[in-house]
Design a protein around this ligand. Structure first.
Ligand code: NAP
Ligand code: F7E
Length: 375
C-alpha cells in the first residue's frame, strides 16, 4: 500500500505505507532516490524534479498528530495505480535504527539529506534538539550509509549545508570562505558539514555538500521572513489583518528561488567526483528592500503596518550574506533563473490568492484556521 500525499493510505486509514519492497513499483533500470525532509519546501520541489526525470522517489516523513504532507499533494498518486513514483516511509533523523531499515528497504542510488530543524531563531530556544537533528542526525545517516556501502553497494549523497555556516564572515562568501557560525543551527550545520567531509575522505563516499544561500517560494514556511511578509501584506491588503510584527529589517540576504536550487542539488550528484558548492544568486537585499518590493506589488505603504517586536531579533545576527556561485557555474553550468523581483512577485501573487480564499470563507461565516505558531 502506498501513501497519499496527506499521509492517508488510500484505504481511508491514516497509515503511511510501511516496509515496501524496494522494487514494488520500479521499472528496470529506473533510478531510486531517498529524501529525508521530503515534506519541507525543498523536499517537495526536489521530489517533483526527480519524478519528472524518471526517478522512483522515496521520502521519510515524521509522524505528526496533524497531516504534514501538504506540499506533496501535487505529486501524490493513488498507490493502487501502476507505476506510482512516490513512496513515503515513517522515520525520523533522530532514530538511527529506523534510518538503517529504510535504507535497506529502499536501496537508493542517491540520498538527499534535507531533514532539519531549519529555523535559526528557534534554534536558540531548542539548541540541543537542533544539534541532535541537524548535526547528530547527519552523523546517524552517515553511519548507516557507511555500513550500506561497505558491502560494495553504490550510493551518492547530498548534504544540505547552509550560508548560515558563513555567518559573520564578510561577503562575498565562496567555498574558500572560513565558517563563522552565529547560531546553534549554524554551528550544527558546520558540524554536519565536517562529518560529511570526514566520511567522504575516510570511506570513499560520493558525497557533496551544498552551501545553499536562502531560497524561497510560495511553499516557504510561514515563519521565515519572506513568506511571513508576503502572507501578511496580502492579508492586510484584503482587510484580514492590520499589522505585521518583525525584528531586524537591516539584515541582508541572498535570496533565490527554491525550484532553481534543487536542480543544483541533483547536478552535484551527477558529477564524476564529489565536491562542495556554493549555490547563490550573487545579489543581496535587506529585509527592508524585500518589504519595499512586496508592498509595491500589493499597492501598500508597509510603514503604516509594520511594527517591531523584540522577540524576532536574534541573540547573534548574521548581517550580510551574498554568495559567489562561480564554481557551480563553471563545473556544471548552474545559474539561477528566477530574479529577486520575480521571486517576490511570485510569492505575493500566490499569497494574494490564498488571502482571497480566506476572505471568501470568512465572509461566508467560516472560521479560517491558520495555526498558532509565533509568526
Ligand atoms: P523546511 O521547509 O524547514 O523542511 C525541513 C524538513 O525536515 C521537513 O520535511 C521537516 O519535517 C523535516 N524534519 C525536521 N525535523 C526532522 C526530524 N527530526 N526527522 C526527520 N525529518 C525532520 O526546510 P527547507 O527550506 O526545505 O530546507 C531543506 C534543508 O536545506 C534543511 O536542511 C535546511 O536546513 C537546509 N537549507 C535551507 C535553506 C533555505 O533557504 N530554504 C538554505 C540552506 C540550507 P516536517 O514537515 O514534519 O516539519
Ligand atoms: O530570516 C530577519 C532575521 O528566518 C532572515 C533558513 O532557511 O536561510 C534561512 O535562515 C532575516 C534574518 O531566514 C524577522 O533576523 C526580521 O536576519 O527568513 P529567516 P534565515 O535566518 O536567513 C538559511 C540559509 C537557512 O539555512 C535556514 O534554514 O530576516 N528577520 N524580522 C526576521 N526573520 C524571521 N524569521 N521573522 C521575523 O519576524
Amino acid at each position: 500500500m502506498a501513501v497519499a500525499a496527506d499521509g492517508r493510505a488510500s484505504d481511508g486509514s491514516d497509515k503511511i505505507r510501511m516496509n515496501p519492497s524496494a522494487t514494488h513499483t520500479q521499472e528496470a533500470g529506473q533510478r531510486r532516490a531517498l529524501i529525508t525532509g521530503i515534506t519541507g519546501q525543498d523536499g517537495s520541489f526536489l521530489a517533483e524534479f526527480l519524478i519528472h526525470r524518471g526517478y522512483q522517489v522515496h521520502g521519510i516523513v515524521r509522524r505528526a498528530s496533524t497531516f504534514n504532507t501538504e506540499r506533496l499533494d501535487g505529486i501524490y498518486a493513488d498507490p493502487h495505480n501502476q507505476g506510482v513514483k512516490l513512496s513515503l516511509h515513517y522515520g525520523d533523523i533522530t532514530d538511527g535504527a529506523g534510518l538503517r531499515r529504510i535504507l535497506e528497504q529502499t536501496a537508493p542510488d542517491e540520498i538527499y539529506n534535507l531533514a532539519a530543524q531549519s529555523h535559526v531563531r528557534v534554534s536558540f530556544d531548542q539548541a540541543e534538539y537542533t544539534a541532535d537533528a541537524v548535526a547528530t542526525g547527519t552523523l546517524r545517516l552517515l553511519e548507516a550509509v557507511r555500513d550500506y556501502i561497505s558491502s560494495g553497494r553504490k550510493l551518492r549523497m547530498y548534504q544540505a549545508g547552509s550560508s548560515e555556516m558563513f555567518g559573520a564572515a564578510p561577503p562575498p562568501q565562496n567555498e574558500n570562505t572560513p565558517f563563522y557560525p552565529r547560531s546553534p543551527y549554524a554551528v550544527s550545520k558546520v558540524a554536519a558539514h565536517w562529518y560529511a567531509v570526514n566520511y567522504r575522505e575516510a570511506y570513499g563516499l560520493h558525497l557533496s555538500n551544498g552551501l545553499l544561500f536562502n531560497h524561497e517560494s510560495p511553499r516557504r514556511g510561514e515563519t521565515f521572513v519572506t513568506r511571513k511578509i508576503t502572507r501578511a501584506l496580502t492579508r492586510i491588503k484584503l482587510g484580514l489583518q492590520e499589522n505585521l510584527y518583525l525584528g531586524n529589517l537591516e539584515a541582508r540576504r541572498d535570496w533565490g528561488f527554491a525550484g532553481d536550487y534543487v536542480e543544483a542539488m541533483w547536478l552535484m550528484l551527477q558529477q564524476p567526483e564529489p565536491d562542495d558548492y556554493v549555490i547563490a544568486t550573487g545579489e543581496s537585499h535587506s529585509v527592508r528592500e524585500f518589504l519595499d518590493v512586496a508592498a509595491s506589488h500589493c499597492g501598500l505603504d508597509w510603514r503604516k503596518h509594520v511594527k517591531t517586536d523584540p522577540r524576532y531579533f536574534r541573540p547573534t545576527e548574521v548581517d550580510v550574506l551574498c554568495g559567489d556561485a562561480s564554481k557551480a557555474r563553471k563545473r556544471f553550468g548552474w545559474t539561477p533563473k528566477v530574479s529577486f523581483s520575480d521571486l517576490v512577485k511570485m510569492m505575493v501573487e500566490n499569497d494574494l490568492e490564498l488571502a482571497e480564499q480566506e476572505r471568501t470563507l470568512t465572509r461566508a461565516g467560516h472560521v479560517v484556521q491558520r495555526g498558532a505558531s509565533q509568526r
